[in-house]
Design a protein around this ligand. Structure first.
Ligand SMILES: *Cc1c(COP(=O)(O)O)cnc(C)c1O
Length: 486
């Protein structure tokens, strides 16, 4: 075939496919092997990116290798490396090579993971892996179920649509939903998406440990009932993104049972900690949730995108999402053969279960347990280092591998404003150096530094070197303040 013939079928030759594929694998392997020695932070303005990438849609072909080289040289390097050992901020994405390859298989074979008939094995594998997760979290495996989503946000949205359907039916005009001021923003987004008004949302304050204040929750529910409203759902956090705090799940389950509320647990960040002994203790009561979000692309070390919603009774999903359009009637199948398009929002879905399956099988669950335990221990070791230093103050202790702290050298008597400014500038300088991604958050009005240590390749040496760098910047900032007292 001529090049033109091939192009018009969107093909390249067999030899080119092989050569092209091997080249990509070499790039990815090289990235896994060398990422530690790269800088995790990139900056680029809109103008810079415009001048690098703007072009009109190309009418004519470009040689495949030329396009690939352009991408590898210009596009891939202009992203932060979220799997870098010194990428401490937000929730890092440590990922793993096996799952990255599994995703390549899922894409390479373009497996449609929507319905049983299209791919019985993909549907079965989603059921199998879901059962593993149901087991891990103490959910019933026969009656329970779940679905893989693009991420935690979509899992939370799927949960809330289901909760509303089961608890309120068609009329949710009086329904009230409750969540704490530390709940993840994706929950508020989901509440907005499903069409609740501001007046139907109650943000409950948290205590000094960032746990939802139960007494306040109970008061607000009671007042809403007196006003003839319909309390229907509480969103508990199992590992807040700020501090790793777990709400008191058993007490919340008691309240939800008594009040007839749907208990949704957002464990997108922290859920995976159940695989460690400490995490298991902290997460006690999680098995009492009606629905639970976990996010395998966070602390289960999967590459983007995979989120997960687990549910107590899988019929709740089908009774919420089933539609029976005539063009799908030939593939409905029988009840045990699940069509995941009936269990969530997406019809066409990629084969997300595969990477989870292949990575757990390859490394063994025991390896995941060790990695998670390592992360929790690493955060605790970091806390020890900070506590025993004259420069640092812990603002929120190591919890599920998250720790918050600030530069506050003893005997300096700095004001809150000065401390905020010092810590903001430490973060700015370390990010500007590109050596580490370490940004701030705000806890009880204080600007603090936050580390989320879920990368199993981060070492205590990485942390020590970052802290030493921060101390240098802290001293510089302190000197500036002493020269120009505010
Ligand atoms: C990250 C996170 C989410 C959102 O998940 P995405 O995968 O980013 O959509 C929701 N809740 C919590 C607690 C999170 O940490």
């Amino acid at each position: 075939m001529t090049r033109d013939d091939l192009n018009s079928k969107l093909r390249i030759s067999k030899e080119e496919m092989q050569q092209y594929g091997y080249k990509i694998i070499d790039h990815i392997v090289n990235h896994f092997e060398t990422q530690n020695s790269k800088k995790p932070v990139t900056f680029a303005s809109r103008e810079e990116m415009d001048s690098l990438l703007t072009e009109n849609i190309p009418d004519n072909p470009t040689p495949a290798n030329e396009v690939l080289d352009f991408v590898m040289n210009n596009i891939i390097p202009n992203s932060n490396i979220v799997s870098h050992p010194k990428s401490y901020s937000f929730v890092p994405g440590p990922s793993n090579y096996i799952s990255a390859m599994a995703d390549t298989i899922a894409t390479g074979f373009n497996i449609f993971s929507g319905g049983w008939a299209a791919s019985p094995a993909a549907a079965e594998l989603e059921i199998i892996v879901m059962n593993w997760l149901l087991n891990i979290f103490g959910f019933p495996t026969k009656k329970g179920g779940g679905i893989f989503t693009s991420g935690g946000s979509m899992a939370n949205l799927t949960a809330l649509v289901t909760a509303r359907r089961i608890k309120c039916g068609d009329d949710f005009s009086k329904a009230i939903i409750y969540l704490s001021d530390q709940a993840h923003s994706s929950n508020i987004k989901a509440i907005k998406v499903i069409g609740f008004k501001k007046e139907q949302i109650r943000i409950i304050p948290t205590d000094i440990e960032f746990k939802v204040a139960l007494n306040k929750l109970k008061n607000v529910i009671a007042k809403d009932r007196l006003e003839g409203l319909q309390p229907f759902c509480f969103i508990a956090s199992a590992g807040t993104t700020n501090t790793g705090t777990v709400d008191p799940l058993n007490e919340i389950a008691d309240i939800c049972e008594k009040e007839g509320l749907w208990m949704h647990v957002d464990g997108a960040y922290g859920g995976a900690a159940i695989l460690s002994s400490k995490g298991k203790l902290l997460l006690k009561g999680i098995e009492r949730a009606d629905s639970l979000t976990v996010d395998p692309h966070k602390w289960f070390y999967q590459p983007y995108e995979i989120g997960c919603l687990l549910i107590k009774d899988h019929s709740w999903l089908s009774s919420t999402f089933s539609e029976k359009p005539e063009y799908l009637r030939d593939i409905e199948g029988n009840e045990s053969e699940i069509n995941f398009y009936d269990h969530g929002i997406q019809l066409t879905r990629r084969f997300r279960a595969l990477k989870f399956y292949m990575s757990i099988k390859t490394f063994g669950l025991e390896s995941f347990k060790k990695a998670i335990q390592y992360n929790i221990d690493l955060a605790e070791q970091t806390e020890d280092i900070l506590r025993n230093s004259a420069y640092w103050e812990i603002t929120s202790p190591a919890t599920l591998a998250i720790i918050n702290f600030r530069y506050n050298p003893i005997g300096q008597g700095l004001s809150e404003k000065e401390l905020d400014s010092i810590n903001q500038n430490i973060s700015k300088k370390i990010v500007d150096s590109r050596e580490a991604l370490l940004v701030t958050t705000v806890l009880q009005g204080q600007i603090v530094l936050r580390m989320c240590l879920i990368n199993p390749r981060t070492t205590i040496d990485d942390i020590n070197s970052t802290l030493q760098q921060c101390e240098v910047y802290g001293k510089e900032e302190l000197k500036l303040i002493q020269k120009n007292p505010t």
